[in-house]
Design a protein. Structure first.
Length: 988
């Protein structure tokens, strides 16, 4: 049977992917390089030990090769945390490297591998001249891959001999290639072809923790390798190109495409007939794939989420930075005897784990089901079922509106039993069954040091972790980032490159783009008119974010910034308005989103979140060193500070500058910390499916995500605020004992007093007299960006004192401040204060009596700036809405100082410090300093100007204070910040 292989001359040579690559190279350069290398090759291959210096040197330096050295080294790898304690040991699982003998290997399997990987295997002597050309091309393009140019013999050597080396430079790669070819020729002289192929098939990485074809056959098909059919053999051969991407369970499409190519090659090379090819193509092989991992039984305790993420990052580093194949990387990691020094801080990890797993942190806990059932029927056909089939059974058969969540674990198990008895037929036997309940809602947490990029702790889900390399919601799962993305995609680029400032205003009004109308999370409060980017951050205003992106930034620049911030999951479909609101095609991982915010925390410099500092090989040589990680600047330090300052304000109690009765409050007060400055951004996605908070202290950046694995709404499953409590509890503990150094303002920023309705310089005597109060405030600006123009959204108009409308010649007149608003927009809080367009219909032609001797403050009207005579008849103005006293007053000192528990805490003791909101009357207007702290004022008076930086605790940022009442935010973080914030469905 095996003799046939050797006699089987391929009918024709197929075009490899390697030769395609050549087209992309500048032909002239390629030709010259090719000639050069060809000359070297001829010398190397034919001349052997001819003594040509360079070639000889390379060959002399080649590792020894013998029959023993082509099996993996077999040294365990040790993982150390940042305190030097061993946290995990990586070993080749013995049960996962069972070796098949040559006689056990079916011909279809051998032929499949030879056809796709090395069609001249049975003919060549270790290297294949045609393959060499492809290899050179691969080296030159930097895309050398296992299938592209190497013979099976070379691949065997590459995977099993060159562990622990480095191939970073072009020269090293060339050298390695030469050594590989030299050793391949040498090995062929010492080892029989059959044994070479057997060793190769026994050591390749076939995904799902399966090394070698024997394990893979059991893993994927539940059978011995000798029983594999042509169809099944080609599935396994297809995995070699990339054990993750081509995995037949998780990468079915890629595997299926590759399998079709293999079958075509096998036909082209004469191994199979057209009928066999068609029969294999018609086979529904993927439905037979064994979903149940019956082999990968954990010996000891499973790896932690941190170790899982570490393994993934180290593997990628071996592939990307050292030029390894996935198999090589796996072999080196599990048997190279490495010492891996991680960034994990055991104390911080313990804090994260205990809060994530504290049942008290979840208002409502339910269970979802992970179910796998494999049934063999009386005709030996295999059928696979999962929890998706159970859900379908509910929706299509029972029609009971079941949403996939169970109240108890027992209910979940009982449901699986019920389903099983409904589908099992006579003669069926159960080949395998696994059942696992998963706590819902789920959560993920990432904690990192923004200065070094070191990930200090990570948690990929609550509940007991039962298997290694299981679903990691912090690093693997992509979810919609919601409003957290406003900062990343819109506000950061607006401030950094698009000419906007924190004070730049956009008109918050109904906004329709194409066929989509965007809403605010506070839509019951109406639209608020002119609102700044600072407002957009503090109150998480959707329209402001979208207009910032669409009118100022452009989606293209927004995507570019997000990418620079380390977000790798954006697609071509994300160049649109939804980018502003974090409605992305694919979503983001918690790890990458936290890394993006860490950039802001680190004064604008991005460092990739790292899980290890150093990797040392078996011989004590450092092979990867992260102690000086690569960084790049994403935003200016001024931009980082401005964003930080506004995000810090969103964790403080602030109420949007608006008419009384409109209560739009800071969105992140629950993340306010007891004794540490904090800045951050919340996010909630449509229908309350995902909730986020990503924020930072001067020391650490942390991101929390919560949601149900199958996207059930949180409205019915714990609400939309518990994640912020988890974040706050963890970060309070993490911050214990650390000094609050605040967020220092860089030299690149300065302050100026501006009008909050225009972002421009106030018009003296006008902007202070907005109908709702003093609209001036002190803002931070990047130096050179302080506006020079005066407010163009406020104006004064002369109106009839009685009707408030445009005066007739007979009307008593008064002057008032009016808002200038865009025409043709929906009603907003500003539009009601716009200049009237109708003319008074009270006075007609009759001259009114004017008593000019009785001036009074405009305290009955809502915006009298001028001194107007008291009217004897009722004043009807279009501006007076609601029955609350207005906060407008000509006496500037009183603006915003209405009695309110927010302003004057009755007990300014230590416990209430964080809730303290000094009234404007007690705080100097210009209070910028080089340091701001976002925690509450302390008793030290000398700190007072430090503490009240613009927009942080400066009450002017609070807008006018409304009447005391239940809707006013009076509580600190975690308390009843506002009914709007924590009410059902109150997303932002
Ligand atoms: Zn103004
Ligand atoms: Zn009139």
């Amino acid at each position: 049977m095996n003799k046939e292989n050797e006699n089987n001359t391929p009918k024709k040579n197929t075009v490899s992917s390697g030769s395609k690559k050549k087209r992309y190279i500048n032909k002239a350069i390629f030709k010259a390089v090719k000639t050069f290398f060809l000359a070297l090759l001829v010398i190397a291959v034919l001349g052997g030990a001819m003594g040509i210096g360079m070639i000889k040197g390379i060959i002399d330096n080649a590792p020894d090769v013998d029959v023993d050295s082509i099996v993996p080294l077999g040294y365990a790898t040790t993982i150390y945390n940042a305190s030097g304690q061993v946290t995990d040991t990586l070993v080749m699982a013995g049960s996962n490297r069972e070796e098949a003998t040559y006689d056990e290997l079916p011909k279809v399997l051998i032929d499949a591998f030879v056809a796709i990987e090395d069609s001249r295997f049975w003919k060549h002597r270790g290297i294949d001249t045609r393959a060499i050309l492809r290899a050179i091309s691969g080296v030159i393009t930097g895309k050398s891959s296992s299938g592209g140019g190497s013979t099976i013999t070379q691949q065997l050597i590459k995977n099993n001999v060159f562990n622990g080396g480095r191939e970073r430079s072009f020269g090293e790669k060339v050298e390695r290639k030469f050594q590989e070819m030299y050793l391949a020729v040498k090995l062929e002289k010492q080892m029989d072809k059959k044994l070479i192929l057997t060793n190769y098939l026994n050591t390749i990485n076939l995904g799902s923790n399966s090394l070698g074809v024997k394990v893979a056959a059991r893993r994927y098909f539940g059978k011995e390798v000798s029983d594999l059919t042509l169809s099944e053999a080609t599935v396994i051969a297809a995995i070699t190109k990339g054990p993750t991407k081509y995995n037949p369970i998780t990468g079915q499409t890629a595997n299926s495409d590759r399998r079709k190519i293999i079958l075509q090659y096998m036909y082209d090379q004469g191994y199979i007939t057209k009928e066999q090819q068609e029969e294999a193509l018609a086979d529904d092989v993927y439905s037979r794939i064994q979903n149940i991992n019956t082999l990968a039984k954990e010996k000891n305790s499973p790896y932690s989420y941190f170790t899982d993420a570490l393994i993934s990052q180290v593997t990628q580093a071996f592939i990307n930075e050292m030029g390894y194949t996935e198999t090589q990387a796996h072999n080196l990691l599990y048997s190279g005897g490495l010492s891996i020094y991680t960034t994990q801080d055991p104390n911080l990890q313990q804090i994260v784990d205990s809060e994530v797993n504290n049942p008290a942190n979840y208002p409502d806990t339910k269970y979802s089901l992970e179910y796998r059932l494999t049934v063999t029927d009386s005709e030996k056909n295999t059928h696979n079922y999962s929890e998706k089939d159970i859900n379908k059974y509910h929706s299509e058969t029972l029609k009971d509106g079941f949403n996939g969540l169970y109240q108890t674990e027992e209910a979940a198990k009982a449901d699986a039993e019920k389903y099983k008895s409904a589908i099992l037929k006579d003669g069926d036997t159960i080949a395998g069954e696994t059942l696992k309940t998963v706590l819902e809602p789920q959560v993920s947490f990432v904690l990192m040091d923004q200065k070094t990029g070191a990930v200090k702790a990570i948690n990929g889900g609550r509940g007991e972790k039962t298997t290694s390399l299981s679903l990691n919601r912090a690093t693997d799962t992509t979810r919609q980032p919601g409003s957290t993305f406003k900062v990343i995609s819109s506000f950061a680029p607006a401030l950094d490159t698009s000419g906007a400032t924190l004070a730049t205003t956009y008109y918050d009004a109904e906004y329709t783009l194409g066929d989509k109308t965007f809403k605010n999370w506070y839509d019951k409060q109406g639209y608020l008119g002119w609102s700044s980017i600072r407002d957009g951050i503090i109150y998480s205003m959707n329209i402001v974010a979208i207009k910032t992106l669409m009118e100022t930034v452009t989606p293209r620049v927004g995507v570019q910034y997000a990418t620079d911030f380390g977000i790798s999951t954006l697609t071509d479909q994300d160049y649109n308005a939804s980018l502003a609101l974090g409605g992305l095609t694919k979503g983001v991982t918690n790890l990458e989103l936290t890394g993006a915010f860490a950039t802001i925390a680190n004064q604008g410099i991005y460092t990739k979140p790292m899980f290890f500092t150093k990797i040392v090989d078996h011989n004590g040589k450092t092979i990867l060193d992260n102690t000086s990680p690569q960084t790049h600047r994403v935003i200016k330090d001024s931009t980082a500070f401005l964003l930080t300052d506004a995000m810090a304000a969103s964790t403080q109690n602030n109420r949007k500058f608006a008419s009384s009765g409109i209560n739009v409050n800071s969105t992140s007060t629950r993340a306010h910390l007891d004794h540490m400055s904090v800045a951050g951004k919340s996010g909630t996605t449509s229908n309350n499916v995902d909730v986020w908070f990503v924020g930072f202290t001067p020391y650490y950046t942390a991101g929390v995500w919560a949601g149900c694995d199958e996207n059930q709404t949180l409205s019915d499953n714990g609400g939309t605020s518990f994640h912020k409590d988890i974040w706050r509890k963890i970060m309070n503990k993490v911050s214990e004992g650390a000094q609050d150094i605040g967020f220092p303002a860089p030299d690149s920023v300065e302050t100026a007093v501006v009008c909050r309705k225009s972002g421009k310089l106030p018009i003296p005597g006008v902007c202070e007299h907005d109908p709702r109060g003093d609209s001036t405030y002190t803002e931070y600006f990047a130096k050179g960006t302080v506006p020079t123009e005066v407010c163009d959204h406020h104006t004064t108009v002369t109106v009839c004192r009685d009707s408030g409308l445009l005066p007739t010649p007979n009307c008593p007149t008064t002057t008032k401040v009016a808002l200038i608003v865009p025409s043709g927009q929906s009603k907003t809080d500003d539009s009601q204060y716009a200049a009237p367009s109708a003319t008074c219909n009270i006075h007609g032609g009759v001259n009114p009596i004017i008593d000019s001797s009785a001036p009074t403050l405009g305290d009955e009207g809502d915006a009298g700036v001028g001194v107007a005579p008291k009217s004897s008849h009722p004043i009807v103005t279009p501006r007076q809405t609601g029955n609350a006293p207005t906060s407008a007053d000509t006496n500037n000192e009183h603006v915003g100082a209405a009695p309110s528990p927010v302003i004057k805490p009755t007990k300014p003791d230590k416990k209430n410090k964080s809730k303290e909101q000094p009234s404007e009357a007690t705080v100097p207007e210009t209070t910028a300093s080089s340091h701001i702290k976002t925690t509450a004022p302390t008793k030290s008076d000398t700190d007072s100007d430090v503490l009240h930086g613009p927009g942080v605790t400066n009450p002017r940022n609070d807008g006018p204070v409304a009447t005391p009442g239940p809707s006013v935010s009076t509580d600190g973080p975690g308390g009843q910040a506002s009914p709007i914030l924590i009410g059902p469905g109150g997303g932002e």
